[in-house]
Design a protein around this ligand. Structure first.
Ligand code: PFF
Length: 447
């Protein structure tokens, strides 16, 4: 083939892949949503920010903003049958909406770089659990282990290993890769989490942990908390950057997008709460003050496992759980990049996967060693790009794409009923944009 014809050649959209079953769609999308954000981040910020009081705000955002944004992403993706950038170009030709897609693909690079670093730590801790590396260590020594580990070559090594796992699944495609693995991994995840939760709540003295998680303390609610709740809802549901536009583009025209979005949101929220139930009762039962941020999982929990009967096995189970949760999320983020590369640059899935993996690997090495780079990527993507992306996505549906076309997409051209459609339209047109903009601008200190 001549070079000119290679460059001129366009991606053959008639050969585009799709998910094979309803369970496959839910497993993949819930797999994306359920991740480190649920198991490690959510329990901690709920506990710190007023327990049940925070939970109420979080649930409000999930229902009034999370579901509408997710449904909008599905509608855009399935309507266009494209990656996020291609989707906006197709649905709004000649208009600047494709910039939302560019922002999303940019966010995908950033999230994947720092998120996979944390996922890599999980592999080290799984390795240490197998090797019984925490045995007879004091709390202080376990804390030092984590700090020391981060200065060695090992975080980068595990980060690269995790990227390879991710690439290995994505390279096999939507049905044979993503769907096939998430369908097996998600039930395993649920099972492990249930086993750990039962163990945790049956420990003597676990009630204090449940209080920490659920008892409402409204004095802890500030403007910052509200912003935190919104950011967490976006991050946890994987919305605002086109991950679900991409997955939506693989959903068959016969599926009900509304019930899919509601199921995925419910699954994500349920798992987050269950993770809190798995962690805090155990932490409090052993009288250990929960450490903040990454310390909760990588410092506090290994101490607990040392003290608990059968802790060796629970430690193994827990880090497998965390690794599985992270993996089904990293594949969804890499898929955004791969879909973009393969459709817009017209290179094969294989080449796209390696190209994306290599680019993320470079960024991730910096994120692994520099906490400045790590925090920058974390903050810019989760606190700025996701809410901004979400705002623009709902505005696209509410104000540009419009009621008629959106209704056609959500009702499968009028063949199914979507009872909540008027409420959804109201939310995407008015409430969601105003709420996101207000919380976002407040958070940035604009007013
Ligand atoms: N939702 C994932 C979690 O809660 O861990 C993180 C995530 C995945 C964010 C995919 C964004 C995304 F596109």
């Amino acid at each position: 083939m001549k070079l000119s014809s290679i460059i001129m050649a366009k991606f053959d959209f008639s050969k585009r892949e799709s998910f094979g079953s309803k369970f496959g769609i839910i497993a993949a999308a819930a797999g994306s949503a359920i991740g480190l954000g649920n198991i490690w981040r959510f329990p901690y910020i709920v506990g710190e920010n007023g327990g049940g009081a925070f939970l109420i705000i979080y649930l409000f955002f999930v229902i009034s903003i999370g579901i509408p944004v997710m449904l909008s992403e599905f509608a855009i993706g399935r309507g266009a049958q494209r990656n996020p950038i291609g989707a906006f170009k197709k649905l709004a030709p000649g208009k600047p909406w494709f910039l939302v897609g560019i922002m999303g693909v940019g966010a995908a690079f950033m999230i994947l770089a720092f998120y996979t670093v944390v996922a890599g730590w999980t592999l080290e801790y799984l390795y240490q659990s197998v090797a019984n590396g925490f045995k007879e260590k004091t709390a202080e020594q376990i804390g030092e282990m984590f700090e020391h580990f981060r200065t060695t070559y090992r975080p980068v090594m595990w980060f690269l290993v995790f990227m390879l796992f991710t690439a290995g699944i994505v390279i096999s495609g939507v049905k044979k890769g993503i769907e096939r693995y998430t369908k097996v991994l998600m039930p395993i995840l649920l099972l492990i989490l249930i086993v750990i939760s039962v163990r945790s709540v049956t420990l003597p003295g676990s009630k204090e942990g449940l209080d920490f998680l659920f008892k409402p303390d409204f004095t802890k609610i500030t403007a910052g908390t509200v912003l935190e709740a919104l950011g967490q809802a976006f991050f946890s549901l994987s919305i605002g950057m086109g991950t679900l536009i991409t997955y939506g583009s693989y959903i068959s025209k016969k599926e009900n997008l509304t019930t899919t979005a509601v199921s995925v949101t419910m699954a994500d929220t349920f798992i987050a709460v269950l993770a809190g139930i798995a962690i805090f009762p155990a932490v409090f039962a052993f009288g250990i003050p929960p450490a903040s941020e990454e310390g909760l999982v990588y410092k506090t929990l290994p101490i607990i496992f040392q003290k608990m009967t059968g802790g060796y096995y629970f430690s193994l189970l827990f880090f497998i759980l965390l690794g599985v949760a992270a993996l089904t999320s990293t594949i969804s983020v890499l898929e955004v990049i791969v879909a973009y590369f393969s459709e817009e640059l017209n290179i094969s899935r294989k080449q796209s996967t390696w190209l994306g993996t290599a680019a993320v690997a470079v960024l991730g090495v910096f994120a692994s060693y520099s906490s400045g780079v790590f925090s920058f990527l974390n903050f810019t993507s989760a606190s700025i790009l996701l809410p901004l992306g979400g705002l623009l996505i709902v505005m696209f549906i509410g104000w540009y794409y419009g009621k008629k076309k959106t209704r056609e997409e959500l009702t499968n051209q009028g063949t199914i009923r979507v009872v909540i459609f008027p409420v959804y339209m109201f939310l995407v047109k008015f409430l969601a944009p105003i709420a996101i903009a207000a919380v976002f601008l407040y958070g940035l200190g604009v007013f």
